[in-house]
Design a protein around this ligand. Structure first.
Ligand code: ZN
Length: 465
């Protein structure tokens, strides 16, 4: 599928370019326009300033009544878990995992493909244009390839992370022994997927990262060797860290170290590393993470669902840590709505407020901060300088939200706040790399109802056992 040579989005009610710095951003542009050539943005500004020459031969989309902003970036997810939502609904992390591992072992390649596609479609409908995914179970012939093919067919920009588990129950780990792989097989397959799929080029649609699952499901040796391999091959590193108090206790017990100290002892710090959660990072941890350039994927819905706590996002940001959003799940959220996650990030940060004083008095997350995490934060955490803002030279990854939606009535005077304070809708338009992948509630490349039917059948089979 090829995009038209030039597309002009015009008469935009409000254009939120997300240019500038977080604390000194370019303000929203009323009556905006954006010009796309191929897969790249070439012009953005006021519609009245649009150079007439750019309209020649262009496909024009009228977006009056819409707010347009950069596509949202999801930095942590397990797409296969869309098959097993609402299991162990009141459990904490370890009990929830022990309940789900045996069910997840029934995953098949078809189910991995369809669940990736369904989760990515759900994300696209909520404004996501770039997603990472963390697949760490490979039963019955499942491969990372299944999820990458699913993303390519939909047209979503995709950072596939090759997860792994190698520390079974009999060795003191959490997962059952039959859920883990041999470490030399993990490393060999990591090399294979990097060589087959990883694209380091600017505007890449597919990248690969290495992602041993967590301190309680892999050995220190695998963490260390994965870091060496990732650096040899120039790919990023990702894992869960500091998610729960149980994990803190596990690390202290097993290694005599807190989670970040343990990660650091294995070579797992640096600008090429991002951690999911970071709920239990201390202020001292934040300073270290900021100094070494690590990123954090903040997953507030999952953390609240599992009663894990809330990450200190403001402390992390002020320490210079790259912070982004992750919907996580989908069995611990149990949704893949990224705009809703931005709202959760903002609201949950305010739970720490002091009664009687305004949120901003405590440096909690603002509406702008939440959208920043979802766009620029995501780009920074994934080490990308080509997404996250609407500016010439950046990838044409954009979404449009219809401000005429019922839930925005009375809020249209402040689009930025409307996007995070009002109930999050489905977006009206999703463009990735210059191509419209979703509009009018449908994915342009696939039959969504047919996918949902297949997905439901996989789910029923896995749950019935
Ligand atoms: Zn996770």
């Amino acid at each position: 599928m090829t995009a038209p040579a030039r597309t002009v989005l015009r008469s935009i009610h409000t254009l939120i370019p997300m240019q500038g710095e977080r604390l000194a951003p370019m303000p929203p542009i009323p009556d905006g326009a954006v010009v796309v050539e191929g897969s790249v943005i070439v012009w953005a500004g006021r519609d009245s300033d649009l150079p007439p020459a750019l309209l020649e031969g262009a496909a024009v989309r009228n977006l009056s009544g819409h707010v347009v902003l950069p596509g949202l970036v999801n930095t942590h997810h397990h797409l296969y878990q869309t098959l097993t939502r609402c299991i162990a609904p009141d459990a904490g992390l370890f009990e929830w995992l022990r309940t789900l591992y045996p069910i997840w072992l029934r995953l098949t390649p078809d189910a991995a493909f369809d669940s990736a596609q369904l989760g990515l479609a759900e994300l696209a409908l909520s404004g996501c244009t770039t997603s990472s995914d963390h697949l760490y179970l490979f039963p019955n012939g499942v491969r990372l390839d299944d999820t990458i093919h699913a993303a390519r067919e939909l047209g979503v920009r995709f950072h596939a992370t090759r997860g792994s588990m190698s520390l079974g129950e009999s060795q003191g780990g959490l997962p059952p022994d039959r859920a883990v792989e041999r470490e030399n097989a993990i490393l060999a397959d990591s090399v294979r997927v990097i060589e087959t799929f990883h694209d380091p080029a600017r505007l890449a649609m597919t990248r690969v990262a290495l992602a041993p699952c967590s301190p309680f499901s892999v050995t220190g040796d695998l963490m260390r060797e994965s870091a060496v391999l990732a650096r040899e091959r120039g790919v990023m590193l990702h894992t869960h860290l500091a998610e729960t108090a149980d994990e803190d206790a596990f690390c202290l017990n097993q290694f005599g170290l807190r989670p970040l100290d343990y990660a650091e002892s294995l070579g797992w710090v640096g600008p090429d590393v991002w951690f999911a959660h970071g709920v239990h990072f201390s202020s001292a941890d934040a300073a270290r993470l900021g100094a070494c350039g690590c990123g954090v994927a903040h997953c507030p819905s999952s953390n609240m669902r599992l009663a894990s706590g809330i990450a200190p996002t403001r402390t992390l940001l002020e320490a210079g840590v790259k912070v982004a959003l992750g919907v996580d799940g989908s069995a611990s959220n149990d949704s893949s709505h990224l705009l809703a996650e931005a709202r959760q990030a903002m609201l949950s940060s305010r739970v720490r407020g002091v009664p009687g004083q305004a949120p901003h008095a405590h440096d909690l997350l603002t509406a702008h901060d939440a959208l920043w995490l979802a766009t620029r934060g995501g780009a920074a955490v994934l080490n990308r300088d080509d997404i996250g803002q609407i500016a010439p030279g950046y990838a044409a990854d954009m979404i449009a939200v219809d401000l005429r939606d019922l839930g925005y009535s009375g809020a249209r005077h402040d689009s930025m706040s409307a996007l995070t304070l009002c109930a999050p809708p489905r977006v009206a338009l999703n463009m990735v790399n210059g191509r419209v992948i979703m509009e009018a509630g449908q994915m342009t490349a696939i039959d969504l109802p047919a996918l949902a039917e297949r997905h439901d059948r996989h789910s029923a089979r896995m749950l019935e056992g």
